[in-house]
Ligand binder design. Structure first.
Ligand SMILES: [Zn+2]
Length: 167
C-alpha cells in the first residue's frame, strides 16, 4: 500500500470496529454503548481505575482490547473500562491481563476477576476470526479505492487547468 494511505485505511478500520460494536451490543439486547454510559461503567468499578485502583483523578474510558487492526477490540459494552490517565497511556496496546499484573500488585487476581465479571455481565464475546478477515479486507480495499479516486481527481484537475488555459 502506498505511503500516506495507511491513515485512511486505519481510520476505515476504526469506524468498522465501532459499527461492529454497535451490532454486537444490539445482538445482546443492549442499546449501543455511548459516552453517556461511562457513568454506569465507572460505578461498576466503584469509581476507581480498574487497573491500579486510583480514585483521586479523572477517569477516562480505556478499551480493554484496543480498537485497531491488530487487536480487533470493539466499541461495545464490556470492552470499555475506567482507567486513570497514567494507566491509559502506559497500557497502550499491551495485553490487559499482563498490564494489570504489572500495576496492581497483590490485588491483581481480585481485579482481574472483577474485570472478567464485567466482561461476562455485558456478554462481550466478538467473533474475532470473522472480524479479522473483514478488517484486513477493508484495510486493503479502502486504501485502493482512495488511491484510485486520487488518481482520477489528479487527472481531472490537470485536464481542467489545461482547458482553462486554452480558453
Ligand atoms: Zn490506574
Amino acid at each position: 500500500m502506498a505511503k500516506g494511505i495507511s491513515d485512511v485505511s486505519n481510520f476505515a478500520d476504526r469506524i468498522f470496529l465501532q459499527k461492529m460494536g454497535e451490532a454486537h451490543d444490539t445482538s445482546k439486547d443492549f442499546s449501543p454503548y455511548s459516552k453517556k454510559d461511562f457513568k454506569e461503567v465507572k460505578e461498576y468499578f466503584n469509581n476507581e481505575c480498574c487497573f491500579c485502583g486510583n480514585n483521586q483523578i479523572k477517569l477516562t474510558g480505556d478499551h480493554l482490547v484496543p480498537i485497531n487492526k491488530t487487536s480487533l477490540g470493539l466499541e461495545a459494552w464490556g470492552n470499555i473500562v475506567p482507567a486513570c490517565s497514567d494507566c491509559n497511556s502506559q497500557k497502550h496496546s499491551k495485553d490487559w491481563v499482563s498490564f494489570l499484573f504489572n500495576v496492581a500488585g497483590s490485588l491483581s487476581k481480585q481485579r482481574q476477576k472483577k474485570i472478567e465479571e464485567f466482561i461476562a455481565k455485558y456478554q462481550y464475546s466478538p467473533d474475532v476470526d470473522a472480524i479479522r478477515i473483514a478488517v484486513e479486507e477493508l484495510y486493503e480495499e479502502s486504501g485502493a479505492i482512495v488511491l484510485e479516486l486520487i488518481r482520477l481527481k489528479t487527472s481531472r484537475a490537470l485536464a481542467r487547468s489545461k482547458q482553462m488555459a486554452e480558453e
